[in-house]
Design a protein around this ligand. Structure first.
Ligand code: GAP
Length: 426
């Protein structure tokens, strides 16, 4: 993990949050490459969950909701962790993660547990009083439930259908750690899939398989990810049954990557009760019911960490980030063999601009150092292909295309690069 954290900082994937002022625990900033990687992950998720389907629509709700939303959802009463404190130095721990000795002062005595609500509080308007209290959302899901009826009334969806949303969530975690794994501010990708009661088993199985395949198709090694059904005592207050995708993390072995919960009709029942609005669904045959909800939900940062860990490879003294081309920040790098030969540079710039501006393939230019160093620098950030313009290019209009994962170089006519990369990126 230290190697990955250090690579991420050195190459501009992830920086510690507020580092200039000593850091802010549980926050990380995505650098130029990290923001591209995250954007690609979100794009692939949206393609798979919304754009390629006929039964899912998107939503972008506000982050701030009426406090009654969190009352209804049960988060005010139940979104808590059990917290204990070291009696000597007052360091706080989650009860289920308490060490035998305090890891700050070696103290052995702890207070008895008390419940700590992990929603961040803020105030709306200029006066900080109880009536202006608001919470930052700990999940995007409630934005979907409170708009469920709006979506039904304004679109042509019929059950079974889903509403998907990607956006920030905030949790005042007692303990953060393991880099992007557990943080206090993170983006979530959530789908609430509304179904007829009695069909939940079928749809739960469907989403477990669908989500597992998504990770594997984007390059996660199948042996490093699995579906696990959680025992009843480990599931959230709203859930009737939760499965998780577990990834084989370097710091803990297999553990949660994504949750796939059966929320039953819990949320719609609660919102009906507290809002006084009838949220029952009437199907084409006139049957009325509150739909059941299956919810695949994953953090962008946690998914990104799994992709980074799985892709990280050492070959001798080289690092290769074997990211799937679809999520790699750059797909292609273009080099002139020598930076001080104007003929080579002009030709290479033309290839670079064609790929980047006309084909719109994320392409990066590099003319620093020798060619070997440029290859290594691209391997380290996961660029799948490097195109080199050399002296032969000037006479026969061919270039070398080097593959990241096996370092094999092919000679291709410049005119064939379009088809070559478009095919590869399909
Ligand atoms: N709406 C369902 C929900 O919020 P969750 O299991 O609490 O369920 C869903 O969170 C996913 O969000 C997790 O599987 C994980 O990928 C991510 N996640 C949760 N807490 C996180 C945290 N503190 N830091 C980073 N990611 C987190």
């Amino acid at each position: 993990m230290e190697k990955i954290v250090s690579l991420c900082k050195r190459r501009g994937f992830v920086y510690p949050g507020s580092e200039l002022y000593g850091g802010l625990n549980g926050t990380w900033d995505l650098g130029p490459l990290g923001s591209d990687l995250a954007r690609n992950i979100k794009y692939e998720w949206w393609q798979s969950m919304v754009a390629s389907r006929e039964d899912v629509v998107g939503l972008n709700s506000s982050i701030l909701h009426h406090t009654r939303v969190w009352e209804a959802s049960g988060h005010i009463a139940s979104f808590t962790d059990s917290l204990i404190e070291c009696k000597k130095c007052h360091t706080r721990f989650r009860e289920d993660q308490t060490p035998e000795k305090c890891n700050q002062c070696e103290g052995m005595e702890f207070t008895s547990p008390r419940q700590f609500n992990t929603m961040f509080k803020t105030h709306i308007g200029p006066v900080e009083e109880s009536s202006s209290l608001l919470y930052l959302r700990p999940e995007t899901a409630q934005g979907i439930f409170i708009n469920y009826q709006n979506v039904l009334n304004s679109t042509r969806v019929n059950i079974p259908f889903g509403i998907a949303q990607v956006g920030k969530g905030f949790r005042n975690e007692i303990t953060t750690g393991n880099f992007l794994f557990r943080v206090r501010e993170f983006e979530m990708m959530e789908l609430e899939f509304f179904i007829e009661p009695g069909t939940d088993k079928k749809w739960h199985e469907y989403w477990k398989e669908n989500r597992l395949k998504w990770f594997i198709n984007l390059g996660i090694r199948p042996e490093n990810v699995k579906v696990v059904d959680l025992p009843k005592e480990d599931i959230a207050h709203y859930s009737k049954g939760t499965a998780e995708l577990w990834y084989n993390w370097p710091f803990m072995g297999f553990g949660e990557l994504e949750g796939i919960a059966n929320r039953g009709d819990y949320d719609l029942t609660q919102h009906s009760k507290l809002s006084g609005r009838d949220l029952t669904y009437t199907d084409k045959s006139g049957n009325k019911y509150l739909p059941i909800v299956i919810e695949p939900s994953v953090g962008v940062g946690r998914a990104m960490l799994a992709f980074l860990v799985d892709a990280y490879t050492e070959a001798g003294d080289r690092i290769i980030l074997k990211l799937h081309p679809k999520i790699a920040p750059f797909k292609v790098a273009v080099f002139p063999l020598l930076a001080n030969k104007p003929d080579l540079v002009d030709k290479a710039r033309a290839v670079y601009q064609h790929l980047k501006l006309e084909l719109k393939i994320p392409t990066v230019w590099d003319d620093r150092g020798n060619i070997g160093k440029r290859y290594y620098a691209q391997d380290e950030i996961g660029t799948p292909w490097c195109v080199t313009v050399d002296f032969q290019t000037l006479s026969d209009a061919t270039v070398t295309v080097r593959e990241r994962d096996n370092a094999v170089q092919n000679r291709l006519p410049v005119s064939e690069l379009d088809t070559y990369f478009t095919q590869k990126l399909k």
